[in-house]
Design a protein around this ligand. Sequence first.
Ligand SMILES: *[C@@H]1O[C@H](CO)[C@@H](O)[C@H](O)[C@H]1NC(C)=O
Ligand SMILES: *[C@@H]1O[C@H](CO)[C@@H](O)[C@H](O)[C@H]1NC(C)=O
Ligand SMILES: *[C@@H]1O[C@H](CO)[C@@H](O)[C@H](O)[C@H]1NC(C)=O
Ligand SMILES: *[C@@H]1O[C@H](CO)[C@@H](O)[C@H](O)[C@H]1NC(C)=O
Ligand SMILES: *[C@@H]1O[C@H](CO)[C@@H](O)[C@H](O)[C@H]1NC(C)=O
Ligand SMILES: *[C@@H]1O[C@H](CO)[C@@H](O)[C@H](O)[C@H]1NC(C)=O
Length: 387
Amino acid sequence: MAHELYTLLILALIVSYAPVVIPSSFSYPAVFNFGDSNSDTGGLVAGVAFPVGPPNGQTYFQEPAGRFCDGRLIIDFLMEAMDHPFLSPYLDSVVDPNFQTGCNFATGGSTVLPANQYSRSLFSFGIQVAQFIRFKARVLELLAKDKNLEKYLPLEHFFKQALYVFDVGQNDLDGALYSRSERQMRAYIPGILSEFETGLQKLYNEGARNFWIHGTGPLGCLPRIIATFGRKASSLDQIGCVNAHNRVANAFNNQLHDLSTEFRSQFPDANVTYVDIFSIKWNLISNFSQYGFKQPLAACCGYGEPPLNFDNRIACGETKNLNGSTVTASPCNNTAEYVNWDGNHYTDAANRYVSDQILSGNYSDPPLTVNGSFNYKPKFINYKMLL
Ligand SMILES: *[C@@H]1O[C@H](CO)[C@@H](O)[C@H](O)[C@H]1NC(C)=O
Ligand SMILES: *[C@@H]1O[C@H](CO)[C@@H](O)[C@H](O)[C@H]1NC(C)=O
Ligand SMILES: *[C@@H]1O[C@H](CO)[C@@H](O)[C@H](O)[C@H]1NC(C)=O
Ligand SMILES: *[C@@H]1O[C@H](CO)[C@@H](O)[C@H](O)[C@H]1NC(C)=O
Ligand SMILES: *[C@@H]1O[C@H](CO)[C@@H](O)[C@H](O)[C@H]1NC(C)=O
Ligand SMILES: *[C@@H]1O[C@H](CO)[C@@H](O)[C@H](O)[C@H]1NC(C)=O
């Protein structure tokens, strides 16, 4: 019996690593990623020594891995689907960085608009684009001097063929909503998008041709936002998310989607894809039990009262004296049942769900071009079903 179970497990492992059928357009020699903590694979840790300690990383890496997550981010799953290693952060100098298949410029806390005195990260979108330009120039300079470096660096033609991924804007909206009304936000959003467009244009001028623009998620469903802005029942929607924040995120996404469409018509030789991340996450949170989750809103790693398990004063992994007693914001025992990890970011399990939905092509505009019949299968099988 035990032997059979063992065989079954081995089989399960083989099955789960079998080649995935992926839309034919989803194959790029390199990926360059821009954004904030939703796709930061170690930039903030490297850049400002921000402490991302345990239990971050516990589910997949078994140690903190520079990510605000118990495991992998959406960008990690996308890299896995392309059979590429995870992206090294541009700023990381004390690792064994391999930039051949891309580089990550995303940094936790980053905004699209230039940083100000309240910013957690100095590496706003414009800086990330400037870093990319420097990266590209330096790579070409080094490759011209030493062919051996081709093992570690992207080849010149990769820059044109690469996928440029963007997941930006959440921190601009989040920060601004602490001091602005929904009406004032309407006047604020175009400035964010104009700054974003300037960056896209610069990347295009550098030869980038494949753009993949992620919409922002339902900000109003993050435990921190609900704890801060959702005290009155009238501010919440039917699933318990803060209405105003989600309306603003939707307004931002509509304009971001329009920008993607305009950029496409302005530059017909570029592929510009908009991915509706809001709908994927919203569907996950609304219909969580259909996808094997038990907690749509509560933070797995936090401290506080149900239903949110979140307290603004104490971050995931911290131990503090609150009101005379020593408390720890510790992780739940069953991470895979939670959509939210630490009050601000999604779990490895949720990120896997979102990535599978992205790769289904159902949320892309224009739809992902698929070679032949559509037969994408999620990469990971459900072990519980097997056992
Ligand atoms: C756009 O995407 C298609 C399909 O992946 C690809 O064949 C084409 O080369 C891309 N265009 C550019 C300019 O890279
Ligand atoms: C939740 O699932 C139901 C049934 O499958 C579906 O009709 C509904 O559109 C889903 N909700 C969202 C927000 O996608
Ligand atoms: C501190 O504890 C007292 C007594 O239990 C309680 O009334 C108060 O709300 C607590 N304050 C905070 C900030 O938790
Ligand atoms: C995890 O499980 C242990 C043992 O069952 C239990 O004592 C502990 O309270 C659980 N922790 C959480 C955060 O639920
Ligand atoms: C994509 O959407 C279609 C129509 O809603 C659905 O039948 C199909 O299962 C979806 N594909 C995946 C992989 O989710
Ligand atoms: C689709 O895939 C088949 C088999 O791999 C290949 O022969 C064919 O050229 C592909 N068609 C397109 C349009 O890419």
